[in-house]
Design a protein around this ligand. Structure first.
Ligand SMILES: Cc1ncc(COP(=O)(O)O)c(C=O)c1O
Length: 300
């Protein structure tokens, strides 16, 4: 694997990357009973800093509670362990993967009794999606139904839904998938939230079927401060071709303009002015240049 680092935090101790192993009879490996986060850290004028660390840890604990997974650490301890993982690996910018899961000791669907584990790894990681307006295709797979699962939790097993969508569209030559919800409205990307711009205002799918993205909430806040209104509502796929601009947001994807959906251009197919403006203010915020949001920036 490329992009490895030296140390992985595992159940409270640092273990060399090559030695951070688990048993094959681990509950999560068989049934998807794990929860995770994807967090980024960036170089700032004060050294490396983790963006919105506390919100990611809070969401991890929420996800764990959704599947009754105990985490034998407090949120503060996990925040400190995350900072220490980045510090110890001496990487200036990259991606952090906290993962908690039911491990060995119990088979059968009910995980209670399996030993819970938690790891935090980090590695250098550049752009997740292309650095240009991307081509998106609506997948034949719909986003997980909110009555089948606790859909606002970030549970490992749920991601087979996203995997199927990318395995469907990427071999067809598209950059990324889009999933509709069970009512046929736009839900989100396999790992991104969706926004469209119409007449200078933002529209984004309401919470319900989607993962409540931390980047989504960041963009809504930054847009509000710029005087740009956001409407959180149901969006039918027919509306997207009337949009002036569209973009995806996510910790990995950051703010990625969408040029086409299902081979039809959004606006003129280029990155639009509001997307450019939000991309810039987002970049300034994650790198600590936007002093108004230093509360979101956790220096390592
Ligand atoms: C399904 C899904 N939607 C949206 C997002 C974007 O969330 P965030 O901005 O918190 O990274 C992610 C990434 O975690 C995701 O996996």
């Amino acid at each position: 694997m490329e992009n490895t680092t030296k140390w992985i935090w595992m159940d409270g101790e640092f273990v060399p990357w090559e030695e951070a192993k688990i048993h094959v009879i681990s509950h999560a490996l068989h049934y998807g009973s794990g929860v995770f986060e994807g967090t980024r850290f960036y170089e700032t004028e004060n050294g490396s800093a983790i963006f919105r660390l506390k919100e990611h840890t809070k969401r991890l604990f929420y996800s764990a509670s959704a599947i009754n997974l105990p985490i034998h650490f407090t949120e503060e301890e996990i925040n400190e362990a995350t900072l220490e993982t980045v510090r110890k690996n001496n990487v200036s910018s990259g991606y952090i993967r906290p993962l908690a899961f039911f491990g060995e000791g119990k088979m059968g669907l009910r995980p209670e009794g399996a030993t819970p584990h938690m790891i935090i790894a980090c590695w250098p990681w550049g752009k997740y999606l292309a650095d240009r307006p991307i081509r998106v295709k609506i997948s034949k797979y719909i986003r997980i139904h909110p009555q089948s699962l606790i859909s606002d939790a970030k549970v490992t097993g749920y991601y087979v839904n996203s995997i199927l969508a990318v395995q469907e569209v990427i071999p067809q030559g598209y950059d990324e998938a889009m999933l509709l919800d069970f009512e046929g409205n736009i839900a989100e990307g396999p790992g991104e939230n969706f926004f469209l711009v119409k007449n200078g205002e933002l529209h984004t799918p309401a919470l319900g079927s989607i993962l409540p993205g931390i980047t989504r909430s960041t963009i809504i806040q930054l847009a509000t401060d710029l005087g740009i209104t956001t409407h959180e509502r149901k969006i039918s796929p027919d509306e997207i071709w009337e949009a002036d601009e569209a973009f995806y947001t996510g910790t990995a994807a950051e703010v990625t303009p969408i040029g086409e959906i299902d081979d039809k251009k959004i606006g003129n197919g280029e990155e639009g002015p509001i997307t450019t403006q939000l991309k810039k203010v987002y970049f300034d915020t994650i790198t600590g240049k936007n002093k108004k949001y230093l509360d979101w920036v956790f220096t390592v």
